[in-house]
Write a protein that binds this ligand. Structure first.
Ligand code: ZN
Ligand code: ZN
Ligand code: FE
Length: 757
């Protein structure tokens, strides 16, 4: 039997309501071993047993909880077995100062959702209803302690009725800091694009719904910022939004009125259902049904998946009840920027995007995008960590909780930036902030880098940043007087993955992504890094490097990666590869030829992402991209699963080992010539990558393999690699709560910097 350990941290009303005895009974019933313990940070549960029993433990924990228990927040991760013997209720953890935990924003609870549709309730149709079990938190907190006076609700004095509920220990709203009702709380308004008020309160909501039904674009001020909303059944409206947002092909997420409505669009498993209904309420990537009545090609072009979420605020519940159909709900921002949080700023920044603005007067303190998650290899994987997750800490297990007292502020990467702060055993990771290529994103980054130390009253003693000298985050680090450690990008990916899986050295890390600065000055991205006991790493293998004509420009043009790959193999005779060359105009080709001939503006790269790009271009799937990772995504979606073969490759006898893809590309080109279908080529290419990982793992000989970096958002690559590694008796690990993409870099920087001190 394959034994696994499941770690769960439950926060909410779970202390003093019979929760621990319930966990004990459930665990014993399922013949699981481990323990349950109360602590200041919540109830910790660790259970070990078969995967099937663990899955049903997870499902039953929320479904069968004691009636008075309320689970506000629930984190789980699968880990290696200890192993435990029997199941025990451990004594409460009392040591240490109470961790000041800021809870994330939470989706409306069932009680609040019921009240707003009950005509007899005094909160009937009030869109800012909340209670101690749900509602805004991190997005409204200005400072600690968490009191109303320290939130953006301070401008709304409570009415007598709310004050009475707030003071009544038997009330669900006892000390609910954001408590409000229509007499005392925030109010809705509908504005036109000039900011003129058209309607207020319930009429504003109804008129916004009418406008959406009429195909208009409505900017809605939600929980953590603005969303742009259109009717998801109206193709013309969707295309209009795409045109206005200059977002040609990147998928849009939809919000649906109910779980049943979600089932009409997508296939939903039990774990996916739990994720959709959770208080985190992320956008969940689900497999589209084969027959759909909504214009899914406009929503998610060339994509078998659809991002779906359920209403998570009373405002969304009310709007969805009016509309009774799916809507597009996409971030109210310009590409790469953080979402707008202020209505006056939104009028300015979303000018020309929205026809109407549905706004309210509760200030949002910090931007909080909708989070994105999906099920990979049977577990949750968070791809964008923001609303519902941030700023919960990554906690060292109570057993390994160390004496390391260094307070590290990590400044993250360049794309999908987040920042992180470690305080004692806790590392707080900020919400997703955006790409540091735009001024608003950089401003949000600066605010967040100052925000976390201020909130937790912690002065950083060490700054961690990326090795790349040109990242704005690295430049900012250079300005700070605090001692700093520069952490190699791919090493940060691996350090984060190892930390959340609670594994130490020696471990072989496989870090595959698009771009990261290597210490040798080349662009890394197809790396095998061996974690050493002293906190350092060794680059033990990598993909063969090639020249990237035009550097950064190549990221948007996979065909340039293809030129680079062919030039590496064929040299000057590359120009006889007519299929690819035909995609360039004569005036485009001239400078590219010059660059490659003279080695100018052609940085060397070992990036796996760029090899994906090259292959996508060679088979004619994608010559240019309009968003990061698009070519690799389409190559994954093209896979014909009936093909089991892999393209050949070669491992060198050098140190580091080089994975030579020349045999791969040669075989692939002859497949193209003989008319092999792209589905077969895509499958054989993915299998080659997996076999290369297995072959390198066999040469290095470490049983533990950590897989991270943006490439492992590719479900086929990840799941297939896990299967093959397991078949060869390796133990694969991959990111669960922390994104495998650059959103996880800040955590890795903290871990790597601490290990070196
Ligand atoms: Zn509630
Ligand atoms: Zn009130
Ligand atoms: Fe990366």
């Amino acid at each position: 039997m394959n034994r696994e350990r499941l770690r769960i941290v439950v926060r909410g009303v779970v202390q003093g309501v019979g929760f621990r005895p319930f966990v004990f009974r459930l665990a014993t019933d399922l013949e699981l071993e481990g323990w349950v313990q109360n602590s200041a940070a919540g109830v910790f549960v660790e259970v070990e047993g078969s995967r099937v029993s663990l899955d049903s433990f997870l499902a039953r924990l929320t479904k069968e909880k004691p009636p008075r228990a309320v689970i506000r927040n629930f984190e789980s991760a699968f880990l290696d077995p200890v192993p435990y013997r029997g199941f025990e209720i451990r004594a409460s953890e009392e040591k240490g100062a109470k961790t000041v935990l800021i809870l994330p924003d939470m989706a409306s609870c069932d009680d609040c959702a019921r009240e707003i549709f009950d005509p007899a309730n005094r909160r009937f149709r009030y869109p800012f209803t909340n209670c101690t079990n749900c509602g805004p938190r991190f997005s409204i907190i200005e400072a600690l302690p968490y009191d109303r006076a320290n939130t953006s609700m301070t401008k709304f004095p409570m009415c007598a009725a709310c004050a009475a509920e707030y003071a009544d220990p038997s009330d669900r709203r006892f000390h609910a800091e954001p408590i409000a009702c229509s007499n005392c709380g925030p109010q809705l308004q509908l504005w036109d694009e000039k900011g003129r008020t058209l309607a207020s309160q319930d009429e504003a909501l109804r008129r916004a719904a009418d406008s959406i039904r009429a195909g208009k674009i409505v900017a809605l001020k939600g929980l953590g910022g603005f969303q742009l909303i259109v009717d998801a059944t109206n193709e013309r409206a969707i295309l209009r939004l795409r045109e206005r947002k200059h977002r040609e092909e990147k998928p849009f997420a939809v919000m649906v009125p109910s779980l049943a409505a979600a089932r009409e669009l997508c296939q939903i498993s039990d774990v996916e259902e739990r994720l959709l209904l959770s208080a985190e309420a992320p956008i969940v990537l689900l497999a589209k049904r084969s027959v759909l009545t909504i214009p899914h090609l406009a929503l998610a072009p060339r994509n078998p998946n659809l991002g779906v979420m359920l209403p998570y605020t009373p405002l969304h519940h009310l709007l969805m009840r009016e509309l009774a159909q799916p809507i597009v709900a996409t971030s109210g921002n310009r590409s790469g920027e953080p979402i707008c949080i202020d209505e006056d700023e939104a009028l300015e920044r979303l000018r020309g995007f929205a026809d109407f603005f549905l706004v309210h007067d509760r200030p949002i303190v910090r931007p909080m995008d909708d989070s994105i998650a999906r099920i990979m290899a049977g577990r949750e994987m968070v791809l964008r960590r923001a609303r519902g997750y941030a700023p919960l800490p990554i906690v060292q297990s109570p057993e390994v909780e160390g004496e390391r007292s260094e307070t590290v502020l990590a400044l993250g990467a360049h794309l999908k930036n987040t920042v992180a702060l470690s305080v004692g055993a806790n590392t707080f990771l900020s919400q997703h902030l955006g790409d540091l290529e735009t001024a608003p994103a950089y401003a949000a980054f600066l605010r967040s880098a100052a925000d976390l130390p201020r909130l937790y009253d912690a002065a950083p003693t060490l700054i961690a940043c990326d090795l790349h000298p040109e990242y704005l985050s690295s430049k900012y680090a250079a300005e700070l007087p605090t001692p700093k450690i520069r952490v190699q990008h791919h090493w940060a990916h691996i350090a984060a993955c190892m930390a959340e899986n609670e594994i130490g050295p020696p471990t072989l890390g496989v870090a595959w992504d698009g771009t990261g600065h290597g210490p040798d000055g080349t662009i890394w991205g197809g790396e095998f890094l061996l974690a050493n006991a002293n906190g350092s790493f060794a680059r033990v293998a990598h993909l063969r490097s090639f020249r990237l004509p035009g550097g950064n420009q190549a990221i948007k043009e996979p065909r340039r990666s293809a030129l680079g790959v062919l030039s590496e193999i064929f040299g000057e005779s590359l120009w006889e590869q007519t299929d690819l060359i035909a995609s360039f105009s004569a005036s485009e080709l001239r400078p590219l030829r010059r660059m490659l001939a003279k080695n100018i503006q052609t940085p060397l790269t070992s990036s796996a992402g760029r090899v994906f790009d090259a292959v996508a271009a060679l088979i004619g799937l994608r010559m240019r991209t309009s968003f990061e990772g698009q070519a690799a995504m389409e190559l994954e979606f093209a896979i014909d699963r009936s093909f089991r073969e892999a393209y050949p490759f070669r491992l060198t006898e050098t140190e580091p080992i080089v994975i030579d893809w020349e045999p791969t590309i040669r075989a692939l080109l002859s497949d193209i010539k003989s008319g092999t279908l792209p589905g077969a080529i895509a499958a054989k290419f993915h299998h080659m990558l997996t076999e290369a990982i297995v072959a390198v793992a066999a040469k290095i000989g470490e049983p533990r393999i950590a897989l991270s970096g943006g490439c492992f958002q590719n479900r086929y690559l990840l799941e297939h690699t896990i299967d093959r590694l397991r078949a060869e008796k390796f133990r694969p690990y991959w990111p669960q709560r922390i994104p495998p993409n650059d959103g996880g870099i800040a955590l890795g920087q903290v871990i790597a910097a601490r290990a070196l001190r």
